[in-house]
Design a protein around this ligand. Structure first.
Ligand code: SF4
Length: 245
């Protein structure tokens, strides 16, 4: 999830209920292999300490861009963009998301989704409307609440992963690693469990130390053994990458 860029302009009076927190007009990073824009949706039920879009966690925040304005932006991007990625926050928590995805498809764009599957039922409902999902696996199921601060989040996160893997929708699974919240052994166990579940594409996203939800979380300093871990993880998956979050 990148930082949102918020164009100026009034929200207008014809807004659909999709609550938009920002728009990144063009990216090649958020939907691999595609030129896309990213619509940042407001609201998240979790509180990941490293969250670098903390301004999107609240459900309703006044912003300078509306869904109506996003649609008029998209009308001018025919032939210039391949896809629209819904990110957040946690986009699947908004009831307006399926309608917004259908609209994007009608306009001729592919649909990408960034999600941690916070509500498995809602996640399952939007999957048929997605061409690709960037799915955040927070940690081993039993460790997820240490990252999100929410009891039961591990069960939801891993149930949604199962739903995704069964769906046949193209995806990447990614885990954000802040080295104050992870150690090499836990990351290795997580990767082994994901490989055992049949995950074919795994990405480790190294947390940036800026604009985090928990300002007391310091710099993420990799332990010495991390460098030796990457070749081991590489051979667990058909596709494996390490990138900056
Ligand atoms: S799931 Fe975590 S990282 Fe993602 S938006 Fe919510 S709090 Fe931030």
């Amino acid at each position: 999830m990148n930082s949102p860029c918020q164009p100026s302009g009034s929200a207008g009076t014809l807004d659909t209920p999709l609550r938009v927190g920002g728009l990144l007009p063009m990216t090649t990073l958020d939907y691999p292999g595609h030129l896309a824009c990213v619509v940042f949706c407001q609201g998240c039920a979790w509180r990941c300490r490293y969250c670098h879009n903390p301004e999107l966690i609240r459900v309703r925040v006044p912003t300078d861009i509306s869904w109506t304005q996003v649609l008029s932006f998209l009308h001018k991007r025919h032939g210039l963009l391949d896809a629209v990625v819904f990110s957040g926050g946690e986009a699947t928590l908004q009831k307006a998301l399926p309608g917004a995805m259908r609209k994007v498809r009608e306009l001729g764009f592919k649909v990408g989704l960034h999600s941690a599957g916070i509500k498995p039922g809602a996640f399952r409902r939007v999957l048929p409307l997605c061409d690709w999902v960037g799915f955040d696996v927070k940690a081993l199921e039993e460790d997820v609440a240490l990252i999100t601060g929410v009891t039961g989040s591990g069960q939801a996160n891993w149930q949604s992963l199962e739903i995704l893997l069964e769906s046949g929708v193209a995806y990447e699974c990614r885990t954000t690693v802040h080295w104050q919240l992870f150690d090499s052994q836990r990351l290795q166990r997580l990767a082994e469990r994901l490989a055992g579940q049949g995950v074919a594409h795994f990405v480790v996203q190294l947390a940036r130390g800026q604009s985090m939800f928990d300002p007391t979380l310091g710099a993420s300093i990799a332990p010495a053994e991390a460098a030796q871990l990457w070749p081991y993880l590489q051979q667990l998956f058909p596709r494996f990458e390490v990138r900056e979050a």
